[in-house]
Design a protein around this ligand. Sequence first.
Ligand code: S3P
Length: 450
Amino acid sequence: MSSHGTPIPMTSRPCGPLTGEARVPGDKSISHRSLILGALCVGETQIAGLLEGQDVLDTAKAMRAFGAEVTDHGGGNWSVHGVGVGGFAEPDQVIDCGNSGTGVRLIMGAMATSPITATFTGDASLNGRPMARVTDPLALFGTQAVGRAGGRLPMTLVGAADPVPVEYTVPVPSAQVKSAVLFAGLNAPGKTVVIEAEATRDHTERMLEGFGAEITVEETDKGRVITLTGQPELTPQKIDVPRDPSSAAFPVCAALIVPGSDVLVPGIGLNPTRAGLYTTLREMGADLTYENERTEGGEPVADLRARFSPDLKGIEVPPERAASMIDEYPVLSVVASFADGQTVMRGVKELRVKESDRIDAMAVGLRANGLTVDEGPDWWTVTGLGHGNVPGGATCASHLDHRIAMSFLILGMAAQKPVSVDDGGPIATSFPIFEPLMSNLGAHLVRANA
Ligand code: S3P
């Protein structure tokens, strides 16, 4: 399934109980960072459980283009022989990051303070997304960027030959922007400081520390102040990538809405900066438990057990929780469709600049399936119809967005009539085994329109 290829229409038919174990792939955020940080050390970083989705494969290819030796040993085991901080070679080809905003933004940061030039592009979705949010702070280091109108890809970056460290307050809650600045700060002499008013996923900070960088994080009245000392000697690591909580969301949410379901999703990373969906689902009355809680590779991990939850109720999701569940609002809106009452989601304007405008994509598709959805610039509401009462029956546009495609397929599992998507191809960017995994649990997925 390729997001560049022929569209793959898919249909999800109403199904019986979902049962069994769902082993979802490795975390996408940690997988990108493992490859990039591995490329920034001299020596061999070993990675187990790497997500082999297209987004991450595109980052692996990019790291090779910048001079790292990246090897696939099979079974999710990879190694990276890096070139060291400041050691990136100039690529002799355009870097195609496919569908991945995380890939392109993190790589731009990682090359921005080396004296090399690189040109970046992506698919139609990525080439429509804003890049100035990254190139503006990179300009403070001395990096030049020339792209299309509105700061869009394709775009060429000329790395700063004599970078200076920067202090930067991230104007939107974005771990990608924060991480790009920190990666750029690695090759600037002195201290680079990043301030974020709202905490976003902190994998970059944790991993930089793990790779031996000097990095401190202070909670202040301005927010989180992250200070990185530049030009460290990073030490190669052995990384066990935890399974992705954002992918786990799909079998978990499906189990909550399909009557009789009982699904175990083992080994899920539950870093508090990522786990907001699970708190929200419990507030809605979900039968969702954490079993076998433990720490693996510096990240909190647990096995999730989700059972059909007959008494889901709509709630108001606190806006301050948005960053910790930003990728999960589409599938939350599906669960909300089966709850009693309205679910209100505020403080979510970032959803409009993801792989698609996710508020719009979900609102249009949910309405076509019989739901009432209201929306504003940074909020939306879904009025739930209760279990058994969601009509379904529509074909939805996935807009080159994996999470939109998967969310509508989950809707079809518990609606009265099948739900189709025009293109399931993008699912391969983050969750290449979605189809067999959900089918093994008991879902009825077919590659055709209903
Ligand atoms: C990510 C950060 C988030 C998230 C994306 C992955 C990351 O994006 O939506 O899927 O790995 O840093 P923003 O940084 O734009 O919020």
